[in-house]
Design a protein around this ligand. Structure first.
Ligand code: SAM
Length: 170
């Protein structure tokens, strides 16, 4: 926001602690946050939206796609980063270990995610997220090549999805 000339921003998350942190970190910037599990009522007319590692947590992906579509202006774009999906080996492992404790939905297939957003009306595109250096701390470098698995995760499997609402034809 400070560098990119963004006039105003809005964000939601069902975790009230995350909203509290966001409000504190926003300082006096024109950023507004609400605790909610979908786009809050009256939030629309956005030029751009983004989420980072949220899609895999959602039980009702079609409802999310429809809500985001409705919140954007024609020509608006929703960017979503998704590394947790069923062809991401480290995340398959992580998901298996955490599905019950975290009440996770089944892992999504990336092609199915794309199809859901297309059904909601979006033009879709995908890219790998452009990641360079990855801190080694916390990425298991105990001599078993685990660090290479993490690099593959960040370089290959963590995707940047682009969901665009078509501009109005005049
Ligand atoms: C893995 S964290 C990612 C947090 C942050 N985007 C980041 O990358 O550091 C997932 C976040 O999604 C939020 N979340 C869960 N269900 C959600 C929903 N229905 N709509 C929006 N956010 C949701 C969680 O509360 C959590 O803050």
């Amino acid at each position: 926001m400070d560098q990119s000339g963004i006039a105003e921003g809005f964000g939601y998350d069902p975790a009230s602690g995350a909203i509290k942190d966001a409000r504190r970190l926003a300082g006096r910037r024109p950023l507004h946050f609400e605790a909610a599990d979908t786009v809050p009522a009256g939030w629309d007319g956005f030029d751009a939206a983004f989420s980072h590692e949220v899609l895999y947590l959602l039980d009702d992906l079609p409802a999310h796609a429809r809500a985001l579509f409705g919140s954007l202006v024609p020509g608006g774009v929703y960017y979503a980063v998704m590394g947790v999906h069923n062809t991401s080996p480290l995340m398959v492992e992580w998901h298996e270990a955490n599905i019950e404790e975290l009440h996770l939905p089944q892992l999504y297939d990336i092609d199915d995610v794309i199809a859901v957003f297309q059904a909601a009306g979006f033009d879709t595109a995908a890219s790998r997220l452009a990641v360079r250096f990855v801190p080694t701390a916390g990425h298991g470098h105990q001599g078993r090549g685990r660090l290479l698995d993490w690099l593959s995760y960040y370089y290959e499997h963590k995707l940047l999805l682009r969901f665009a609402r078509a501009p109005e034809i005049t």
